[in-house]
Design a protein around this ligand. Structure first.
Ligand code: BTN
Length: 248
């Protein structure tokens, strides 16, 4: 079980804004409910277990009790909606930076919203916006994952086990800082993202709309879209799914 007392001692400021539940259907759903009640920017919903955890594009997010960090933040950004496409990237950067700097784990970023460790996904980010607020949901496999073929848990690849309480205590202020600054400091964030990018320079195939594309990744644009050379032409993709490195 998540040790709430230990977390409160490690991160007293974040603890003030934390709504902890042993079990929820989805922390994103609970965050939407609280946002509609008027909770403040930076409020956090954390659950030890979700029965209906949601991923992007209608996928499920599977995590056993105590296996991961499952949380959502209510954001009331001061910046314009046109920058919302940057939020998932800024959050991913914050997560990968904490894993690298605090825990010495060589995390990489896979556009648009995955954090990889040892080439497999350990974390996904789900951003949903409505009526002037944003819910930022984060799922990180820390102790275990039910699907070891496609995912990895942080503690599968480290010699010194990472505690969920300590990881969350580092993540929350870092995510807030990166998201709050994504409108004004995105150029610098993009340089850091490209430095940790799993896809950079690789030949990939993916779906955008219903069309299958293949091309080589050049970078990420200031609106958060992926820049790919397809048939010799630089093309920007705001959305893509099933992004795979050719030959992997
Ligand atoms: C993805 O990779 O598709 C995004 C996964 C996001 C999962 C997290 S777990 C906490 C929060 N609550 C949810 O229902 N989903 C997000």
């Amino acid at each position: 079980m998540f040790n709430i007392r230990q977390f409160a001692a490690l991160a007293p400021d974040s603890y003030q804004q934390l709504h902890y539940h042993e079990q929820l259907e989805s922390t994103n759903d609970e965050a939407h409910r609280l946002a509609n009640e008027g909770v403040e920017h930076g409020s956090i919903v954390l659950a030890d277990y979700q029965t209906q955890g949601r991923g992007r594009r209608g996928a499920r997010w599977m995590s056993g009790p105590g296996d991961g960090l499952l949380f959502s933040m209510v954001l009331r950004p001061e910046f314009d909606q046109s920058y919302y496409g940057r939020i998932a990237l800024a959050a991913g950067l914050a997560i990968a930076a904490v894993l690298r700097e605090e825990f010495h784990i060589q995390a990489e970023l896979k556009w648009p919203n995955d954090v990889l460790v040892s080439g497999k996904k350990c974390c996904g980010v789900l951003v949903e916006s409505k009526d002037g607020y944003v819910v930022l949901g984060v799922g990180i496999n820390v102790c275990n994952t039910p699907d070891k073929n496609h995912f990895v848990a942080v503690n599968d690849v480290v010699s010194k086990q990472v505690s969920r309480e300590k990881l969350l205590a580092h993540l929350l202020p870092s995510i807030m800082k990166h998201v709050d600054h994504c409108a004004t400091e995105f150029d610098s964030q993009l340089r850091q993202i490209e430095g940790m990018s799993y896809l950079h320079g690789k030949q990939i195939c993916f779906l955008s709309g219903d069309v299958q594309y293949q091309g080589s990744v050049q970078g990420i644009a200031s609106d958060g879209s992926l820049i790919v050379t397809v048939d010799g032409e630089l093309t920007h993709f705001a959305q893509a799914s099933d992004v795979r490195v050719v030959g992997d």
